[in-house]
Design a protein around this ligand. Structure first.
Ligand SMILES: [Ca+2]
Ligand SMILES: [Ca+2]
Ligand SMILES: [Ca+2]
Ligand SMILES: [Ca+2]
Length: 446
């Protein structure tokens, strides 16, 4: 059969949305899938000129989609929403799925550090399909603005963008970062920061779904960020010198980590929003509370959140809904942290008790409490090092730079599954060390 790709504008769908249906093979016409539900962010399809490349049908099956903005500049996350793929075929490089359109996947157009898609600028995406098996395929797509559908979840500690956390350490006496990239297994080292004075921070400040190496200088409240997208290093002063501690996270949900600080003396969170450059703040917490900002409810935006050691309660405040959630279960004690469990789009509240040596995780979706002994007085590192979208816990020995990777948290069996050395004995700190153990400013070292 001759392969042919053409783009067919669809009739106006129910809900008033104009969709596009892509017929990737000749002979595949006829069965247009039903429209995606319309509640997932503004549809921008009509303002873009879209062209498609040929579908490569041998594995891996790929197709390139190119779009030019023929309208006004658009700021914020933009997604290609794919839906209506045949049973058994799925789009592989999606950045996240959403409840708003069952079965659809969303791949993000990366707008660069400017975070704006300007008029006449053309961007392209290469879609990757699994299980195509040389059969004809039809699918539909829309270009949507992502404000209402949250943002893709970067994997914490992933510097090369393969959704697997990388072994990474920061060495305070030299400001040297050393990272073993999981995709290539290559180790890279680089100085970012000033020896002895800077605290490491991580975040995806340029929105390319890769962690950026960054440091915060307490004496000047200066952020120094090396953007992973172009290698450019920027500095920004944000926060009060010697008063504020860095707590970066994506509070406004555009896929770009926001500069943010917490002031322990007043218990105030202050965020510099990447979407509009505005500064917002909220007093939240009590004496002794430990900030644990994260996207706890999975809506794409980080919540202001803290853990109160006095009553072992997590508090999370969603500024969009103005709702507070609180969680406490038997076993919570010690240092709080966020842990992704069971392929969920949000973390589960977790603690490590250095006296009992037990990690306790409240899986919010499964409504299950996991409890696992990893040993007392450990330095704990948490991240998805295996790439199965479920967090792993490792213990780290500061004196020897020795890691002991624990087995799955859902498995109470305590034996480490892997152990190895990575880092400089006596000085390196893993960048995924749970922040509260670093005395909650991401401080150096334990
Ligand atoms: Ca990685
Ligand atoms: Ca980045
Ligand atoms: Ca943001
Ligand atoms: Ca959230």
């Amino acid at each position: 059969m001759k392969t042919k790709t053409e783009l067919i504008p669809m009739a106006r769908r129910k809900g008033g949305k104009l969709g596009l249906c892509l017929v990737a093979y000749a002979g595949a016409a006829g069965l247009f899938p039903s429209a995606a539900s319309a509640a997932c962010g503004p549809d921008l399809t009509t303002q873009f000129e879209v062209h498609t490349g040929a579908l490569r049908k041998s594995a891996p099956s790929t197709q390139t989609i190119t779009a030019r903005n023929a309208g006004s500049p658009v700021k914020g996350p933009i997604y290609l929403e794919i839906y209506g793929t045949p049973n058994g075929v799925w789009q592989q490089n999606y950045t996240f799925t959403s409840n708003c359109s069952p079965g659809s996947t969303f791949t993000r157009f990366y707008l660069g550090y400017s975070n704006t898609w300007n008029t006449n600028v053309t961007l392209s995406l290469t879609l990757k399909f699994a299980n195509l098996n040389n059969v004809p395929i039809t699918y539909s797509f829309r270009i949507v603005k992502g404000d209402l559908i949250g943002s893709p979840h970067m994997t914490m500690g992933d510097f090369d963008g393969d959704r697997v956390a990388d072994l990474a350490v920061f060495d305070p006496p030299t400001a040297l970062w050393t990272i073993k990239l999981s995709a290539s297994n290559l180790t890279t080292s680089m100085v970012v920061g000033t020896p002895n004075t800077d605290r490491f921070v991580i975040g995806d400040f340029d929105g390319d779904l890769k962690e950026d190496m960054a440091v915060f200088t307490p004496a000047t409240a200066t952020w120094t960020i090396r953007r992973s997208s172009d290698g450019v290093t920027t500095t920004t002063v944000f926060g009060a010198p010697n008063l504020d501690v860095p707590i970066p996270a994506d509070y406004d949900g555009d896929g770009y980590t926001d500069l943010a600080v917490y002031r322990p003396t007043l218990r105030v969170f202050t965020v510099l929003r990447s979407t509009d450059g505005k500064i917002v703040s909220k007093q939240y917490g009590g004496p002794g509370s430990i900030p644990v900002p994260a996207d706890w409810d999975g809506d794409g935006r980080a919540e202001y959140a803290f853990y109160d050691p006095a009553n072992t309660m997590f508090h999370m405040y969603n500024t969009t809904t103005n709702q507070e959630n609180t969680y406490s279960v038997q076993g919570f004690s010690g240092y709080p942290f966020a842990m992704i469990m069971n392929n969920e789009g949000h973390p589960s509240p977790s603690t490590y008790d250095p006296n009992s040596g037990i990690v306790t995780i409240l899986d919010l979706t499964a409504n299950t409490v996991y409890s696992k002994w990893i040993g007392p007085n450990a330095k704990v590192v948490a991240g998805d090092f295996s790439g199965d979208a479920t967090g792993d816990v490792a213990t780290y020995d500061l004196a020897t730079a020795h890691w002991a990777m624990q087995s799955q948290m859902a498995n109470p069996q305590p034996t480490p599954v892997a152990s190895f050395g990575f880092g400089t004995p006596g000085s390196s700190v893993p960048v995924l060390a749970i922040p509260s153990m670093l005395k909650f400013p991401q401080l150096l070292p334990w």
